[in-house]
Write a protein that binds this ligand. Structure first.
Ligand SMILES: Cc1cc2nc3c(=O)[nH]c(=O)nc-3n(C[C@H](O)[C@H](O)[C@H](O)COP(=O)(O)OP(=O)(O)OC[C@H]3O[C@@H](n4cnc5c(N)ncnc54)[C@H](O)[C@@H]3O)c2cc1C
Length: 553
């Protein structure tokens, strides 16, 4: 098509846009990412990278680099609850340091049926890795200081006008598709007239209203805190709640607290931020406030439409979370993974129109599921009101702290150990999944029931040689087969070859655990590690139909 400068123009170099650039660039798709800022995010923002995102980083070959970032390797990642930080510790949910992640993910296979555990690292560090990996891929270009201002869908292409934020110069870029990863204020979503649904923000004592993020240098915190080291420190008292996340385990923190009536970020000063921090501390402490910002908690929003013509939405541009549970950025990563291989397959002539339609069919229900789960965590912690005696010395205070501690330790487990939430999303109404009649596994945030029923993440196993099954998958499609003598494999390989589809046929005949989990002689795994189909050997014509179906042809 003449005049087309790039295949995909991505507006926004946040986690969603950068992950998509990695998915597309790895497949040789010409991609231009524009971002209005001068660099990737510098504020820590998200601190929870979920197991599923880590599995995707592993698939792309850099999970181990991300695992090294953030807290020191031996630093616990506990979530601990206090009255004030120098007052009483009342509850703790223990989680391991990053140096133990590889060992523990194997030991806890019955809980984490996964190749990776979650990781606690600031979003800014992750974005930096995503940026460094994407920018060196052939065909990928990333332009900062470049704001998308409007677009026009021409049918076979999209013209997007971008402005140089330094000079004000405007130019038009023609791409085959436009992808809006431009965050919660997305101008592209607004131009499409697509609105979020989900109602007004919930009001809560905490995580339900305007929040203040305060960036703090306070190495002396560790001398005063009334408990062992943790990744997150929460306060519970009747004056004001707070949440302090450790950025580097050495003294850099971000404090989140909710603004009260009459308080506003516009009139806030660093001295005010200091006062809030010391209130949460419950004692004096040398520290420096390095910055602050505000954001709105209480939302659980998703758009109905994720696509209009040649324009796609992803990440916060189509769903907005309250960050309890830590799923906003993680959902954005999975959006990018889902759409990346599909756009590439269509641009290469392997996929049909239905493949692109399946993006909304698959991801919209997941956005609703995930935002609702996050809201339920916010209710659990944000509506909980401690007894007035919680800070008192003596028996009444001890009893109040015991009661609150039991509640919060249980809440901590429910919010932070969530294999079912992160691994268990399913694409039940997808046009490109061949469903079977097997029952659906339960959808419970704290429990992941591995199932190879098509439409879900492929169940993981540690193979006989100690390797992760996922490391044996191909980068594109993988056919798992459990009987080495099965001649049917060749029929699949021939059909894939005829279509130019990269299919790896993986002999799992020596893997009884995998055979038990997958339940059928064959399973077809998509590039995003989702089971597309499983069953017995179809006839040659049926194999053609199967590929037509899963490629949306
Ligand atoms: C305090 C806090 C804590 C959080 N904690 C977690 C957590 O632990 N785990 C989690 O999963 N999520 C968390 N989140 C949510 C997470 O930060 C977001 O969901 C995530 O950043 C969304 O990524 P995105 O790429 O969709 O959008 P963004 O990160 O918002 O990126 C959008 C990008 O688009 C650019 N842009 C905007 N408009 C334009 C334009 N017109 N032209 C060009 N560029 C443009 C912006 O500069 C930006 O770089 C948290 C959020 C907050 C506020």
């Amino acid at each position: 098509m003449s005049g087309i400068e790039t295949d995909i123009l991505i507006a926004g170099a946040g986690p969603c846009g950068l992950m998509l650039a990695n998915e597309l660039g790895r497949r040789g798709i010409r991609t231009l990412v524009v971002d209005q800022d001068s660099s990737v995010a510098t504020a820590p923002q998200a601190n929870a990278t979920q197991a599923r995102s880590m599995e995707h980083y592993r698939r792309l070959g850099f999970a181990h680099e991300i695992r090294k970032l953030g807290l020191p390797p031996d630093h616990p990642t506990d979530v601990a609850y206090f009255t004030t930080y120098s007052g009483y510790e009342i509850g703790r949910h223990r989680m391991p340091p990053s140096q133990d992640a590889d060992r523990i993910v194997r030991e806890l296979e019955h809980i984490w049926n996964a190749a990776e555990l979650p990781h606690r690292v600031p979003q800014s560090h992750v974005e930096n890795v995503l940026y460094e990996k994407a920018r060196v891929l052939p065909g990928v270009e990333i332009a900062f200081n470049t704001r998308a201002t409007r677009f026009q869908d021409n049918g076979g292409s999209v013209t997007t006008w971008v402005e140089d934020t330094k000079t004000g110069a405007e130019r038009a870029i023609v791409s085959r598709y436009l992808f809006a990863a431009d965050g919660g204020s997305s101008i592209i979503r607004k131009q499409l007239g697509i609105r979020y649904s989900g109602g007004d923000p919930a009001e809560r004592d905490f995580m339900g209203g305007w929040m203040l993020s305060v960036y703090i240098d306070a190495p002396a915190f560790y001398e005063k805190v009334a408990g062992e080291r943790a990744w997150m420190y929460w306060t519970f008292n009747l004056r004001r709640r707070a949440l302090l996340a450790s950025i580097d385990g050495k003294g850099k923190f971000v404090l989140q607290t909710q603004l009260r009536e009459g308080e506003s970020v516009e009139t806030m000063t660093k001295d005010d931020c200091s006062r809030l921090f010391l209130q949460a501390m419950g004692c004096d402490l040398p520290h420096e406030i390095t910055g602050f910002a505000s954001w709105l908690a209480g939302r659980a929003l998703a758009t109905e439409k994720f696509r209009e013509g040649n324009v796609f939405l992803g990440g916060d541009a189509m769903h907005l979370f309250t960050p309890t549970g830590g799923m906003g950025y993680n959902t954005a990563i999975e959006d990018a993974v889902n759409v990346g291989w599909k756009l590439a397959a269509v641009l290469k002539g392997q996929g049909g129109a239905k493949l692109l339609d399946s993006y909304e069919a698959e991801r919209q229900p997941v956005a609703v599921r995930n935002t609702r789960n996050a809201a339920s965590f916010a209710d659990s912690v944000g509506l909980y009101v401690p007894s007035p005696a919680i800070e008192d010395a003596g028996i009444a205070g001890d009893a109040a702290r015991k009661r609150a501690g039991a509640y919060l330790a249980n809440h901590g487990k429910n919010e932070f150990t969530i294999p079912g939430f992160t691994l268990g999303a399913r694409y039940n109404s997808s046009p490109v999944i061949v469903d079977d009649n097997a029952p659906r596994p339960p959808d419970i945030p704290t429990v992941y029931v591995p199932s190879a029923k098509p439409g879900g993440r492929a169940p993981h196993v540690w193979c006989q040689d100690g390797a992760s099954l996922f490391d044996k998958f191909g980068f594109e499609w993988t056919l798992l087969y459990f009987n080495a003598a099965d001649a049917g494999v060749d029929a699949f390989a021939r059909e894939a070859h005829r279509r130019g589809v990269d299919l790896k046929c993986l002999d799992l005949s020596g893997e009884p655990v995998a055979a038990d989990l997958y339940e059928q002689p064959f399973a077809l795994i998509r590039p995003d590690q989702v089971v597309a189909w499983r069953g017995t050997l179809p006839e040659a014509a049926e194999i053609r139909e199967l590929f037509d179906r899963v490629l949306g042809v």
